[in-house]
Design a protein around this ligand. Structure first.
Ligand code: SAM
Length: 395
């Protein structure tokens, strides 16, 4: 009898759920079983020449009454319905519902952090105990999810109809949780200001959008952060995962921009966030910044050199050693999954299947810690690893 290997985490819709798009034209009877607590408010943003209908869906009971507003297409909303109806029983979610935004002592001890004023940055989050590398520091469920067609990076490209949506988001669920967040601008709509200051990129049904996670939103930016925000599609949660050990009293930080860029690129990217970065790397002496920049440029060179045609195996090994050492110095742990997946291919093509397997195993560990375990990247990586393992067995 044939035995089957265990299936990896699957990307499919859970059995028994068949998401049917629901909008303002749908019969009310189809709302049964959906998590939305008011009728969807829909419009087609013709001001930007769009023919796509967008609706505002609200789930006031979501996350123990904290509430959720989703501004997206009926298809994308349908794909979210199961996760919204059954939010993950995140062990920290309850602790985040702090009265007035302040955690009690007991809550603080349980969650391992507290929200405090941080000089030059407004509020921020500091560790109240030792947090180990790979540990999940914080789990946050969204208060607002909005499609990028309504929130383009260039404000002039935003549809004029957006204002009608933004106003309706005010007051949903525990509104104070959103209202007391930082604002780096004063536009026409409070919600838009809060979302533009605090939200992170999320992807729902192949559509790019932004998610506002009020607890994660208290984490300040650092160019050399000690935590990483990881979005998981299956439960819509954003988790902050420690990228190294964090000591009690240390500020917990994440990067608002892709990691690994040299100073000039970083500053350009951070300009979109509308604040002057006062993180340790940005305020480090010029010599330290230059040295870090030089290492980051060298990483790119080494990466390409490793893939050059005709590179000798001995050179490949030497370049790999230099790359791994530099990644360690620059503390780019969250990118190790991506790098090692590339090494896996390079070593496989160089005829060294054993090293390819080693990098696949190590890389997958990092990928699963810092990327969505059910997302395409991890799925593809698992398939690569299975292939390499099967090949070794067959020898
Ligand atoms: C997502 S919020 C972070 C939490 C915020 N400090 C608060 O009081 O709620 C982003 C805002 O925090 C501030 N901020 C975050 N990181 C910073 C940094 N490295 N340097 C200076 N200000 C920072 C900026 O005002 C920015 O607009």
């Amino acid at each position: 009898q044939q035995t089957q290997s265990p299936l990896p985490l699957h990307p499919f819709t859970p059995p028994g759920t068949c998401p049917i798009p629901f909008d303002d034209d749908s019969p009310a009877s189809e709302a049964a079983g959906l998590p939305w607590t008011s009728a969807p408010y829909c419009l087609t943003p013709r001001s930007v020449g769009s023919a796509q209908k967008f609706c505002l869906y609200t789930a006031a009971a979501y996350n123990l009454g904290a509430g959720l507003s989703v501004l997206t297409t009926p298809d994308a909303a349908a794909s979210l319905a199961a996760a919204v109806a059954d939010p993950s029983p995140a062990w920290h979610a309850r602790d985040h519902l702090a009265v007035g935004g302040v955690l009690g002592r007991e809550q603080e001890a349980r969650v391992g952090y507290k929200v405090v004023n941080v000089r030059g940055k407004g509020m921020g989050v500091v560790a109240t105990r030792l947090i180990k590398k790979f540990e999940t520091v914080m789990v946050s469920l969204p208060a607002v999810l909005v499609d990028n067609e309504f929130l383009p990076a260039e404000e002039e490209e935003a549809p004029a109809e957006g204002a009608k949506f933004w106003k309706r988001v005010e007051g949903v669920g525990d509104w104070a949780r959103v209202d007391r967040l930082a604002r780096s601008r004063e536009g026409a709509n409070v919600v838009e200001d809060v979302v533009r200051t605090n939200a992170f990129g999320v992807r729902v049904l192949d559509r790019e959008g932004k998610g506002l996670y009020p607890e994660i939103a208290r984490l300040n930016h650092a160019c050399d952060p000690n935590a990483f925000p990881r979005f998981t599609r299956s439960d819509l949660a954003m988790r902050a995962v420690a990228t190294r050990d964090i000591l009690p009293g240390e500020e917990i930080t994440i990067s608002y921009i892709p990691l690994g860029m040299p100073t000039t690129h970083r500053l350009r990217s951070l300009a979109n966030w509308g604040f002057n970065c006062t993180c340790a790397l940005c305020t480090a002496p010029a010599a330290a910044r230059d040295a870090s920049d030089a290492r980051r440029h060298r990483l790119v060179e080494v990466y390409y050199a490793m893939q050059e045609e005709g590179v000798s195996y001995a050179d490949l090994v030497e370049l790999t050693r230099e790359f791994v050492e530099t990644v360690e110095v620059e503390r780019l742990d969250t990118k190790v999954g991506e790098y090692y997946q590339a090494f896996m291919r390079i070593y496989y093509n160089a005829g060294d299947a054993e090293s390819a397997l080693k990098y696949a195993r190590l890389g997958l560990k990092y990928a699963e810690a810092f990327a969505d375990p059910e997302g395409g990247f991890c799925q593809g990586f698992r398939a690569d690893l299975r292939f390499l393992e099967a090949q070794r067995k067959s020898k």
